[in-house]
Design a protein around this ligand. Structure first.
Ligand code: GCU
Length: 400
């Protein structure tokens, strides 16, 4: 009997050891049967345990509460005050893309606490459009050549010609203008304007900084008569897709949001612990999220939020999220379930997204409801296929 007990204890011990080791080596789970049982925080119940049944309660109580919870525990504060925002068009070419577009390169300067941050915006506007243009704004987390204003270099990461031909303006800024994507240098950007954020446990870091930058570009759009500032779609891929969600959740002026392969702390549910985990993301990218977020390393169940609540905070605005079939790191199933769960909040607005219980097949986009989704065949990337579907979705929902 004693032997049996020792035997069992030994195996329990071994199991715990292996689990610990897996957590430390960052070994990811890709096995659906190993997804632990979990309970998501109820998006339609306030912290005081009240049921949210109307959009008024959602807007006045639950939504602000959710934004605060994300600020406090995940992305950090979003500073609202700026002393001065000015902009200057540094180059304008009326005959870009063989006359199909006007190119504007705009320098947006934001001053606060006597410190300055410069955001360089590249913007193409369709010439044939006689009304202010709806616009796609990309948070560019890849090389600057992807948004080449001269068009000598063309890239599917930002297919400007495709947008122009479809009647949309298209714009981009680079994340490094706001916060260099580096564990040490991330402070050398907009955080110089808000140094208190760097030390605060609930202070913003790089992802928050990029989202903040998107809002400053939107400030500029509100002043540019060529742009319809009520039709700004924010777009981001992967780490940029985490930022596009946070920007849209936090700043309700964004009319639409696209989040491509955003994965952990983007659109995917953290509690599933499938693919990338909170502990791994905080270890490899300690400069992305608030210090407080580290409390939830290997401790997902104690988070007062999960990512479906971030998506819900975008309601009732149209939201489109994607995955790629070979990108299990970003947990496609967990992304889709997150979207499906967020749809309960859209229902308060009379929007029945009618999302099926299970994700659609590969290359079968869902785009007629306000919550759109596709899983594209292939690798982790932002491609012409993705953009093509973004444009289709925007055309349906901007014209409603
Ligand atoms: C890493 C990271 C992801 C991120 C991705 C990217 O894989 O773990 O969270 O989304 O980089 O930005 O491409």
């Amino acid at each position: 009997m004693l032997y049996v007990r020792r035997f069992v204890l030994f195996f329990l011990f071994l199991g715990a050891l292996l689990k610990l080791q897996a957590q430390h080596t960052g070994e990811a789970n890709y096995d659906e049967s190993k997804v632990p049982a979990y309970t998501l925080p109820d998006v339609l119940k306030t912290t005081a345990n009240l049921d949210v049944r109307t959009k008024t309660t959602w807007e006045q109580v639950r939504r602000p509460e959710i934004i605060k919870l994300f600020e406090e525990n995940v992305y950090g504060q979003m500073p609202k005050a700026v002393d001065r925002l000015t902009y200057s068009v540094t180059r304008e070419t009326a005959s870009a893309m063989a006359g199909k577009a006007t190119l504007k390169e705009v320098l947006i300067e934001v001053v606060h606490n006597q410190k300055l941050v410069k955001i360089n915006l590249v913007l193409f506007v369709p010439t044939k459009l006689k009304v202010p243009a709806p616009v796609f704004l990309l948070i560019n987390n890849r090389g600057k050549e992807n948004t080449d204003p001269t068009r000598a270099h063309k890239s599917d990461f930002w297919p400007a010609e495709m947008a122009i031909d479809s009647g949309y303006a298209i714009a981009a800024f680079h994340v490094s203008d706001l916060a260099p994507d580096d564990t040490a240098r991330y402070v050398n950007g907009m955080l110089q304007l808000y140094p208190e954020q760097v030390t605060a446990t609930n202070g913003m870091r790089a992802i928050g900084a990029w989202a903040w930058g998107a809002s400053r570009v939107l400030d500029y759009f509100e002043k540019d008569p060529a742009i319809d500032a009520r039709k700004v779609a924010i777009v981001g891929h992967s780490r940029g897709g985490k930022a596009s969600l946070w920007a849209a959740a936090e700043d309700q002026r964004f009319a639409m949001c696209f989040s491509n392969c955003s994965g952990n702390t983007g659109a995917a549910l953290s509690r599933r612990r499938f693919g990338e985990t909170i502990s791994r993301i905080n270890t490899v990218f300690p400069h992305w999220f608030a210090k407080n977020y580290k409390k939830f390393n290997n401790n997902e169940d104690s988070l007062p939020v999960d990512q479906h609540m971030l998506l819900a905070a975008i309601a009732p605005r149209p939201l489109y999220v994607t995955n790629a079939s070979k990108d299990l790191w970003a947990d496609p199933r967990g992304t889709y379930l997150s979207l499906k769960t967020a749809s309960r909040v859209y229902t308060l607005y009379g929007i029945d997204a009618n999302l099926p219980a299970n994700p659609p097949g590969i290359n079968q986009p869902i785009s007629n409801a306000s919550l759109g989704y596709h899983i594209r065949e292939g690798e982790h990337n932002l491609t012409a296929y993705d953009w093509n579907n973004f444009i289709k979705f925007a055309t349906v929902h901007f014209n409603k």
